[in-house]
Design a protein. Structure first.
Length: 364
């Protein structure tokens, strides 16, 4: 087992973590604590919410309907802790039903439609892992060869499954998007010159295109068949943006893109013109669109809230407040449940005030 965090890698490591949290010097916690599930709602007055306190360094999640499981990626601590954990939870109760202790740290997550396999990005090592959703065993890994000028790995951030391929965003300058065969875990293509820090990635059934956001304020429009960048959309106002996560309303052809760092806003692009047609002001990190309920959900890390918006009017219908910081979002396939990872505050020495948590919100 190799050590994952060396002094000379600290800048690169923090850059990768910042690409997930968009807050300076935020690393997973130093101390460890036994996982505990809090069966009661996070706030007594809100019966919609169930909370599970798991451990350090929680990031993205994935669901396996086939195995009735919610998987949560954990990077654990950077200091004195090698590797991470993939937690397996009951999606209804958030009770821990399994753990996979990995020698690499886990950040991004995705699953195949059948839910038989989940995929994790091991960002600090420029690697992705395929995991059997039933046994929790790591089946295969692929390490990418890209390095920064300092010799550090390009961070593998977001991972997205599309028609048997995995699209993985590389945190580098210039960034790259790797296209991997999900079955064989072989690299099929590199989409180069993808701008600084490739962040969010989604697929649009409206345009049959992959959209990828980057830290240079661009939305890349990618042909998933030729793996070519066909267009680069920008807000067009001359201001600086660090675009992050994306969601789409297929019925109206609107693409929602968050910026939690420089602009503190959510941009609404018209997919047919590539122009910004609306802005939702306020800090915005994760974002999901719910077609069944015609709603949008936004995690506000700084404001410590999750917003529930009417997708037509973009008016806030409801919000949930937390004592810690909402980070990643995941929507259930039936559109009835929203999952949120909650991050703790960080001290000056990069330790935290406690372990991170997962929240289940029953939508109504």
């Amino acid at each position: 087992m190799k050590a994952l965090f060396k002094p000379r890698h600290s800048a690169a490591a923090l850059a990768v973590v910042a690409a997930f949290t968009l807050s300076a010097c935020q690393a997973p916690a130093q101390k460890t604590q036994a996982p505990a599930v809090v069966a009661a709602p996070a706030k007594a007055a809100d019966s919609q919410i169930t909370k599970a306190t798991l451990g350090d360094g929680l990031y993205e999640m994935a669901l396996s309907g086939q195995n009735n499981a919610l998987f949560v990626a954990s990077a654990q601590s950077f200091k004195d802790v090698n590797g991470g954990v993939i937690y397996r939870l009951d999606p209804a109760t958030l009770k821990i039903t399994g753990e996979t202790h990995t020698d690499l740290k886990n950040f991004g997550m995705a699953s195949n439609p059948e839910g038989s396999e989940v995929f994790a990005t091991n960002s600090l090592d420029g690697t992705i892992s395929k995991i059997d959703a039933k046994s929790g065993k790591v089946l295969q890994r692929l390490e990418f060869s890209e390095r920064s000028k300092d010799g550090d790995h390009y961070g593998a951030r977001e991972i997205f499954w599309h028609k048997g391929d995995l699209f993985i965003g590389g945190v580098g300058d210039p960034g790259v998007i790797w296209v991997v065969d999900a079955k064989t875990m072989k690299l099929k293509a590199r989409i180069k010159n993808a701008g600084k820090w490739v962040t969010g990635i989604i697929y649009s059934p409206v345009t049959d295109r992959i959209y990828a956001a980057n830290g240079g304020g661009e939305v890349l429009v990618i042909n998933p068949h030729s793996h070519k960048i066909e267009k680069r959309w920008t807000p067009g106002d001359g201001k600086e943006y660090l675009l992050l996560n994306l969601a789409e309303d297929p019925a109206t052809g609107r693409l929602f893109v968050t910026d939690d760092s420089k602009a503190k806003t959510t941009l609404v692009f018209d997919e047919h013109t590539g122009k910004v047609i609306k802005r939702i002001e306020g800090d915005a990190l994760g974002i999901k669109f719910n077609a069944k309920r015609n709603e949008i959900y936004i995690s506000q890390r700084e404001s410590q809230k999750v917003l529930q918006l009417n997708a037509t009017t973009l008016a806030v219908k409801n919000s949930w407040s937390f004592d810690t910081h909402p980070n990643s979002l995941l929507l259930s396939a039936d559109g009835e449940t929203l999952y949120v990872t909650l991050k703790q505050d960080f001290n000056k020495d990069n330790t935290t005030k406690g372990p991170d948590s997962v929240v289940r919100i029953a939508l109504k």
